[in-house]
Design a protein around this ligand. Structure first.
Ligand code: ADP
Length: 531
């Protein structure tokens, strides 16, 4: 063997644990001496029974098996073949080298059946012995490297998964944080617009309104994509009227299209069932995205068509435009997050590249398909197909027209740490003829509740010191102890993650409203609980 080969062999063998089984003391000692050239850790056994015992003991002590078992065949008590069979029941992947004499050829077939291919013939010829050891050590080395590589891969995959989850969580938190002050901005713009008569100021207010609406849209997109990626977005199927829900959305875009000089034609097949059952809110979101893109990417003077029909148990929506189209090689990637067909798209048309990603993910969650056909320079056609059953007509309660009389005299506790929210809700309550107190956090809410009588509590969730859920639990405890009548608690929160609603109701809150607060929805909900 060449020196270099020997060097490699020594490197591969040192550090390996070997069990050598041989009944003859003389042979054992002689071969052990040879083996010690290659291996540092050699245990010996004098027959098969002793071999199996040592094999088990080694595992008990080290939580792993020997790297190599080297064994003689002809031995008293338990021969080498029987021992190998026993070892294989413990570890089928054990590497084994058999040292056998010429006259033991009757065992050869059995060894071949056991899949053993490493033989060294007695009397041992050093060169051949080294080569066999070299082959086995090399195979072990390779297996170890492959295992380390796979472990590493698994670790990296797990790390990537964790960091993706972290990212989604961060995005969800960040968008939540941005949404809260933004809600206050839009809320106050609408309050200011109500009382404003100066046309110039009204125009400025409308610019602020439009800009904050776009910002809110971007934030909502980021929140949606992070919710989808972290599995926190719920699909909620309801009975809905495709005509009322979808056509009104499409019609809203007609004004936007007209502003740009684009004609939006809507075609609605009249054999569509009156009521279908699916997540209308998410379908509207997809439709809005498709229409908004179609109008955005279509030049003035051209048109966009939106056709809605129901066939073979599936709702179909086709949005076709005659705009800039999408190059064939970009058609797949436009469905990827933050991806736009062209780097100039953002400059020329704006947008974040999230709309189609959200749409296609939502479609998938709704069990449907969203397909694209497009020719660059000619236009694009998106087809949404979602299977959904027929719904059942539910009578909606007659809409109440609420007046100040319905609310006058009620005293409400607003629990919210954000001053802008306190003010905004306060103004809505004042305008409806109610009075209110403010608590900055859960602890203050409990203190106020103990000393004063309220007709209802509006409870934020994320607050310093004590959040809404904690405060509600405490308030319920106080009520139970003193036997007083229950004060309704309505959760008002910008948290809109999967399971939040259930969590709030489970904590004992009576109802749940998500921010941004819609003043009329707030009053309708209050009316349900106030006498
Ligand atoms: P955004 O419109 O915010 O950029 P989307 O995810 O909705 O993000 O769309 C991704 C990209 O797909 C767009 O930037 C645009 O390049 C391309 N695209 C989408 N709809 C159309 C369309 N109707 N016509 C041409 N290109 C489109």
């Amino acid at each position: 063997m060449l020196n270099r080969e020997l060097e490699v062999l020594m490197k591969a063998t040192q550090g390996l644990n070997v069990l050598y089984v041989e009944d003859s003391k003389v042979v054992r000692e002689a071969i052990c001496e040879m083996l010690s050239l290659y291996f540092n850790d050699i245990d010996t056994a004098y027959d098969g029974v002793d071999g199996v015992r040592k094999y088990r003991d080694f595992y008990q002590k080290n939580a792993r098996y020997y790297d190599i078992v080297i064994t003689d065949i002809n031995m008293p008590n338990m021969n080498g073949i029987e021992m190998i069979e026993k070892i294989y029941t413990l570890n089928r992947r054990q590497d084994i080298i058999v040292i056998s004499a010429h006259n033991e050829s009757q065992y050869l077939l059995k060894l071949i059946n056991l899949g053993i291919s490493n033989f060294v013939l007695k009397p041992i010829e050093t060169q051949q012995f080294s080569r066999v050891i070299f082959n086995v050590a090399e195979a072990i080395q390779y297996k170890k490297e492959r295992k380390a590589f796979n472990d590493n891969l698994r670790f990296e995959k797990e790390e990537a998964k964790q960091s993706s989850l972290q990212k989604s969580k961060f995005l969800a938190n960040m968008s939540h944080e941005i949404r809260t002050p933004l809600n206050a901005i839009t809320g106050f713009i609408s309050l200011l617009s109500e009382d404003e008569t100066d046309l110039k100021k009204l125009k400025y207010l409308s610019v602020i309104q439009n800009s904050s609406d776009s910002l809110l849209q971007i934030i909502n997109d980021i929140l949606d994509i992070s919710k989808i990626e972290s599995g926190k977005l719920d699909i909620e199927a309801i009975n809905f009227s495709p005509y009322d829900d979808l056509i009104t959305v499409a019609e809203l875009f007609q004004a936007k299209a007209a502003e740009k000089g684009v004609v939006l034609k809507i075609q609605y097949n009249h054999d569509i069932p009156n009521i279908l059952f699916s997540d209308a809110h998410r379908i509207k979101q997809i439709l809005s995205n498709l229409l908004s893109n179609a109008i955005k990417f279509t030049p003035s003077g051209s048109n966009v068509k939106c056709i809605v029909w129901y066939k073979k148990g599936a709702l179909h929506i086709r949005v076709k435009d005659y705009g800039i189209g999408i190059a064939a090689d970009k058609q797949k990637s436009v469905f990827d997050s933050f991806s736009q067909a062209d780097s100039s798209t953002a400059r020329e048309y704006g947008g974040t590249g999230l709309g189609l990603t959200i749409s296609s993910k939502l479609t998938e969650m709704l069990g449907g398909t969203l397909t694209l056909k497009s020719v660059e320079g000619k236009g694009s056609c998106f087809l949404l197909r979602i299977e959904m059953p027929l719904g059942t007509e539910t009578k909606s309660p007659p809409s109440l027209s609420l007046s100040k009389q319905d609310f006058v005299g009620n005293h409400i506790l607003i629990v919210d740490d954000m001053q802008s929210n306190q003010m905004f809700i306060g103004i809505i309550l004042d305008n409806a003829g109610m009075t209110h107190d403010i608590a900055e956090n859960g602890i203050e809410a409990i203190e106020k509740f103990k000393t004063k009588k309220y007709d209802l509590i509006l409870m934020d969730e994320n607050m310093p010191r004590l959040g809404g859920v904690g405060a509600t639990k405490e308030i319920l405890k106080i009520e139970k102890k003193s036997g007083q009548l229950h004060t309704p608690i309505i959760s008002l929160t910008a948290n809109a993650l999967k399971g939040d609603k259930e969590r709030f109701l489970k904590a004992g809150m009576d109802d749940y409203l998500s921010k941004p607060i819609d003043p009329s929805l707030l009053l309708t909900t209050l009316n349900k609980y106030l006498n």
